[in-house]
Design a protein around this ligand. Structure first.
Ligand SMILES: *Cc1c(COP(=O)(O)O)cnc(C)c1O
Length: 228
């Protein structure tokens, strides 16, 4: 059973987010014409919270770690087969087989090795998972993602492998205004002919939608503050 009290507040959170997105799209030529996917970033959230979010109408979820996802998602996916589960954290190549088996979308293709291993695993398992190339849009040493100058070559490599490239993904640097970074991601996508833009988190999703995001990845604003 899904707790009615939790569902009530989740419905309010989701409605609030959808209103912000609708306002950001209104009379805005840069906004995504095909709508914006609200992805629940469900790291550290228990199954009951996720089920409340499903009841509130969220159908896309993102997990950062393959192992954590394996512990909670097989049952949830069986129960709600229409959910799309996205990997939004770094993928180690030795986890690629497990990731391809469990996830529906991989948003964190950030180097040639990962692209190669994913393509081989999809062929072996007979699955086609849409992918995003993750770009280290602020060029930060500690952050995952392919460098901006190297992004076009990695995109070309993914295409040559036959990967289905759904879009580009980024996490802009903390403490900077995110708009220039979102604009840069949109520019790279446009010149490479990639349509999806996974950008925007709880603190900056309104800006991201204004700049053309097709997918916003939301944790705190949907689920409430994380305990950890
Ligand atoms: C946790 C996480 C999010 C969501 O973060 P919030 O600030 O809680 O909205 C989005 N993207 C990635 C890659 C994350 O790890």
């Amino acid at each position: 059973m899904v707790d009615g009290g939790i569902v009530g507040s989740q419905i309010q959170h989701v409605a609030g987010v959808r209103q912000v997105i609708a306002n950001a799209c209104e009379n805005n030529p840069l906004a995504a014409s095909g709508g914006v996917t609200v992805l629940g970033a469900s790291k550290s959230q228990p199954a009951a919270m996720i089920e409340a979010m499903v009841a509130a109408g969220v159908m896309d979820f993102g997990e950062n770690r393959v192992q954590e996802a394996e512990a909670k998602w097989p049952i949830l996916k069986k129960k709600y087969p229409e959910i799309r589960l996205h990997l939004i954290g770094s993928l180690q190549s030795n986890k690629a087989a497990d990731a391809v088996a469990l996830f529906d979308v991989i948003q964190t293709v950030d180097r040639v090795k990962v692209a190669d291993v994913l393509a081989a695993e999809m062929a072996r398992q007979g699955k086609v998972l849409p992918c995003y190339v993750q770009v280290n849009i602020g060029g930060e040493a500690q952050k995952a993602g392919v460098g901006v100058p190297e992004a076009p070559a990695l995109i070309a490599h993914c295409r040559a492998l036959g990967l289905v490239l759904e879009g580009l993904m980024c996490v802009p640097p903390l403490g900077h205004h995110p708009a220039p970074y979102f604009a840069l991601l949109a520019k790279i996508a446009k010149s490479a002919g990639v349509s999806g833009l996974s950008m925007g988190m709880s603190d900056d999703y309104e800006t991201a939608v204004r700049m053309g995001a097709t997918c916003v990845r939301l944790g705190r604003v949907l689920f409430g503050e994380r305990a950890v």
